[in-house]
Design a protein around this ligand. Structure first.
Ligand code: I3P
Length: 424
């Protein structure tokens, strides 16, 4: 019999209303200040991709910027006990998995696949013709970490790190913004985190995964890559697929790149470094799915993507903005947030044809406990200070959606001036 450790829900729906907090009151966003400096990284010091992004490539100036500070924080102080990103863990085929995929339901006798990692993953509510299989949408990361449990819940392959996060989040102000956690479940000899399926309340949902922060890898991964460099062919291939000139001459000759090098390249190519967030993937209610946002870096391009995602709806943009501001306020009060470095975590945007919209914080596999107050979440990262830039990214994301909404409403005004309604 499968063992289950069910967590009683302590979720309080009324807790979604949160008032402002002291932490966010700090003046961190200076209008017209220079853009954030690109983190200095030393994994590929020779012939490596320059991490400097020309000013003109950074998108229109936002009024958010990070103040550069130094910190002598120890890299290994309270590091993750469950670092899941093994440099040599994944095959090419796993890395390619994006879009609609078929999930096994728990206990499926046909199941032969090995588990692999996946992030930013959502249930798509239709069933394939195969019995006990469900079609899902994968917007980022690797396939295979999820199983459908039915009854509006899913199982996610256990990461001890993530489990600890969910346990702590049960008592935190962030609780209304994370998927409901039902404890750890064992099935077929494997352990899973049991979570609510976020898509259940929606009718033909559109979904967007936004990876938050200025950095998507842990400092430990950098250290490990320096001490034991493991060049990876699969990451080299992914890099060349996007940009043949991405790898250095040396990397070309080896046909391989290290993971931090790949991750830094991804971050610099996209808006992670310049805006503190990036779009990973979008699935729209019409069934179209895009995960080709690796080069989407400029704010004006993100605005277009976002406007298309919401079908130009100002109402949905407003709902998203309200929810993001609630999250911002909750973060300012959250003890969990004060005590954690949040890396590789996403905001999952969901709306549907009935104009319901929600944003959820997901993916805590690389969220690591630190001493309270060690992080600001809105200052530049320098190796050793563990900063994640989460708050900075969130503020920039809010600005981007505000700009999208503003430009949309201006367009609407222009169109209504050009095409007055004629009543016959
Ligand atoms: C992957 C993405 C994932 C990362 C994965 C990368 O790149 O950055 O976040 O997994 O590393 O390959 P892409 O988005 O370009 O496909 P982690 O966040 O778990 O490190 P991996 O191949 O080592 O799993």
């Amino acid at each position: 019999m499968p063992k289950e450790t069910r967590k009683k829900s302590t979720r309080d729906p009324s807790a979604t209303r949160l008032s402002g907090g002291s932490r966010s009151e700090r003046r961190i966003y200076e209008p017209h200040a220079p853009s954030m400096a690109i983190p200095q990284v030393t994994v590929t010091p020779e012939h490596g991709l320059s991490l400097e992004v020309p000013q003109e490539d950074r998108g229109p100036p936002l009024d958010g910027t990070l103040h550069r500070t130094r910190s002598c924080t120890s890299i290994s102080s309270t590091g993750s006990s469950a670092l899941e990103s093994e440099d040599d863990l994944h095959s090419d085929s796993e890395s390619k998995s994006r879009g609609i995929v078929t999930l096994e339901q728990v206990g499926d006798p046909c199941e032969v696949k090995q588990w692999s990692k996946l992030k930013g993953f959502v249930h798509w509510p239709f069933r394939s013709s195969l019995k006990r299989k469900v079609n899902w949408v994968q917007l980022a990361g690797h396939k295979g970490s999820f199983k459908s449990l039915g009854e509006g819940t899913i199982l996610k392959k256990l990461s001890e790190n993530e489990r600890q996060c969910f346990e702590k989040l049960q008592e935190d102000t962030l609780l209304p913004f994370v998927p409901q956690y039902h404890g750890v479940v064992e099935r077929d000899g494997q352990s899973f985190i049991h979570l609510d399926d976020l898509l259940v309340p929606f009718d033909q949902p559109s979904v967007m995964d936004c990876k938050m922060g200025v950095r998507t890898y842990l400092e430990e991964e950098l250290v490990r890559a320096r001490e034991h460099p493991r060049p990876r062919e699969d990451l080299y291939k992914k890099m060349v697929e996007v940009d043949g000139e991405g790898p250095t001459a040396e990397e070309h000759s080896h046909g391989a790149v290290t993971k931090p090098r790949y991750m830094q390249w991804r971050e610099t190519l996209s808006s992670t470094h310049t805006l503190g967030y990036r779009i990973e993937g979008i699935k729209k209610s019409d069934g179209t799915c895009r995960t080709d946002f690796k080069k989407t870096r400029l704010q004006q391009d993100i605005i277009k993507v976002f406007q298309d995602f919401v079908g130009g709806s100002i109402d949905i943009m407003q709902l998203y903005l309200s929810r993001l501001k609630e999250i911002q306020q909750a973060l300012s009060k959250s003890h969990f947030f004060k005590q954690h470095e949040v890396i590789g975590s996403s905001l999952l945007f969901l709306h549907d044809i009935s104009s319901k919209a929600q944003v959820w914080m997901i993916d805590f596999g690389k969220t690591t406990a630190l001493a309270e107050g060690q992080l600001q979440h809105n200052v530049p990262w320098q190796e050793g200070n563990r900063e994640d830039g989460y708050l900075w990214g969130l503020q920039n994301l809010i600005h981007t959606i505000e700009a999208a909404k503003e430009s949309r409403s201006q367009n609407n005004q222009i169109v209504s001036r050009l095409c007055p309604l004629t009543i016959v």
